[in-house]
Design a protein around this ligand. Structure first.
Ligand code: VGL
Ligand code: ZN
Length: 201
């Protein structure tokens, strides 16, 4: 069985948001038009407390996009984004959300960041997404959403590690940093993932 995971299609990652991805809104048409091809659609949502440790504002003297440390790992200091209960954390109103059967929230623990929809960045805790998909008999995982070089990419790598066949829909994602996406894409391919276009589905 195939499943589509819509990764973090939230206002803060779209134009006008606090961590807007260039051309992030271009993925909306793709995300909306492919959903009917999947028997199962789920979504992830970046869902931070207002004092999350990935925010530059939680580290005196740090500015957004500088490097820092969190949970003993190198950490990009992000602008405040996707704060629980704020408009920025809501799914885009232009996303058709009717087919989404379950939503997996991540980044709720302020002491660690969580790019992947499956695990936190230290692989200490699971969101339950992997077991959920396995329980539904899913073998093939398709990904679209934001951002390609962070949450979509790390979700892809974990899907492969968990033994799913992985298809990343390239025209259904956009990157924060183009070079970062190039490197991420190579890793995904090396690990056996497939980079496809929505027209291939
Ligand atoms: C993301 C940076 C910080 C993402 C989330 O969804 O790609 N990026 N938090
Ligand atoms: Zn985040």
């Amino acid at each position: 069985m195939n499943a589509l995971i819509l990764v973090d299609i939230q206002n803060d990652f779209l134009p006008g948001g606090s961590l807007a991805v260039n051309d992030g809104d271009k993925i909306l048409l793709v995300a909306n038009t492919i959903q009917h091809k999947f028997p199962l659609v789920v979504a992830t949502q970046d869902w931070h407390p207002s004092d999350h440790g990935s925010f530059a504002s939680s580290h005196p003297g740090k500015r957004p996009f500088e490097m820092g440390k969190l949970a003993d790992m190198d950490q990009v200091m992000w602008p405040d984004h996707c704060v629980q209960g704020q408009v920025g954390s809501e799914f885009s109103s232009e996303l058709n959300a009717h087919k989404i059967e379950a939503i997996f929230r991540k980044g709720t623990d302020k002491s660690i960041d969580s790019y992947s929809g499956f695990f936190d960045n230290g692989k200490k805790k699971s969101t339950g997404l992997g077991d959920y998909l396995k329980g539904k008999g899913v073998k093939d995982v398709y990904l679209a959403g934001l951002a390609a070089d962070f949450c979509v990419g790390f979700t892809a790598l974990d899907a492969l590690e968990l033994g799913f066949n992985l298809f990343l829909i390239e025209d259904g994602t956009r990157a924060i940093d183009k070079e970062g996406w190039k490197k991420m894409k190579k890793q995904i391919i090396v690990k056996g993932g497939h980079i496809i276009q929505s027209s291939d589905i």
